[in-house]
Design a protein around this ligand. Structure first.
Ligand SMILES: C[S@@+](CC[C@H](N)C(=O)[O-])C[C@H]1O[C@@H](n2cnc3c(N)ncnc32)[C@H](O)[C@@H]1O
Length: 253
């Protein structure tokens, strides 16, 4: 495991041989660039804690040179593993990881300041079960996560890219949902929330069409919590009158 603070990510991941090879069904570019200036305090915490708790996914990962992530070594234990895609400033990440100390959480985000906010909160509150990855979640899934290894994948409020001509940039597409299903353990959970009605309809259809996923039934016990806190982003959605749609799928046994 090695960290490369500040290394740029590569949004265009090459094709894989795991059922996700059709590039048309993978996001073209799933993120906007945002200002990532850190405060002095955030910078100090970043310099002190990132080498231990963070990993910057550089060009080598996109070229396939990065070995799969050894999460057992990184967390120092074997525990159920959850990947959160696009954690923002990590409000849900921190709250859910604190509620489930027996679960390890990998938080993936491109936005450095969001990761710095989460890192500062982890440092302040002494939370031990979160690790952070700066990079494109598509690269993380393809390059760092081995098939059948995740107990959960969380995607909370993925960028909706509302204009039709930008839909190809949405993170959740046939290819990424298939990739997530491939990385989940049998019985693992895909948990998605969105406040965008059009994206919700699309996500519901994608998840239901993925043969390795099914909606949980009344007798199903979920291996991880699906209780989320209300984030600032979600509060704004509520204020704007948007309903939040929540999806849970289980990977077939
Ligand atoms: C609308 S925000 C939601 C943040 C957070 N999940 C929440 O509920 O407040 C979406 C986040 O996903 C991140 N994101 C978008 N595409 C991504 C990708 N391919 N890999 C990692 N993060 C991504 C963005 O930088 C942004 O912070």
């Amino acid at each position: 495991m090695h960290a490369q603070p500040g290394v740029e990510v590569c949004p265009d991941a090459p094709e894989q041989s795991d059922g996700t090879r059709n590039q048309r069904h993978l996001p073209a570019s799933t993120f906007r660039s945002r200002r990532s200036t850190l405060s002095d305090a955030q910078r100090r915490t970043w310099d002190r804690r990132w080498p231990e708790l963070g990993l910057s996914l550089g060009a080598s990962a996109s070229e396939g040179a990065e070995p799969p992530l050894d999460t057992r070594a990184w967390f120092g234990r074997q525990a159920p593993l959850v990947l959160e895609i696009g954690c923002g400033s990590g409000t849900s990440t921190l709250a859910m990881a604190t509620e489930e100390p027996e679960v390890d959480v990998l938080a993936v985000e491109i936005y450095k300041r969001g990761l710095a906010q989460l890192l500062c909160a982890i440092d302040r509150e002494g939370v031990g079960n979160i690790r952070l990855i700066r990079g494109n979640a598509l690269d993380v899934l393809q390059r760092l996560i081995v098939p059948g290894s995740l107990t959960g994948v969380r995607v909370f409020f993925p960028d909706p890219w509302p204009k039709a001509r930008h839909h190809k940039r949405r993170f959740l597409q046939t290819g990424t949902v298939g990739l997530i299903a491939d990385r989940l353990l049998p019985g693992g959970v895909l948990h998605v929330a969105t406040d965008h009605p059009g994206y919700a309809e699309h996500i519901g259809a994608l998840g239901d069409a993925e043969p390795r996923l099914r909606r949980p039934g009344p007798g199903d016990a979920l291996p991880i919590s699906v209780v989320r806190p209300t984030t600032k982003y979600e509060s704004k959605a509520h204020e704007a009158g948007s309903a939040v749609t929540e999806f849970i799928w289980l990977r077939h046994e």
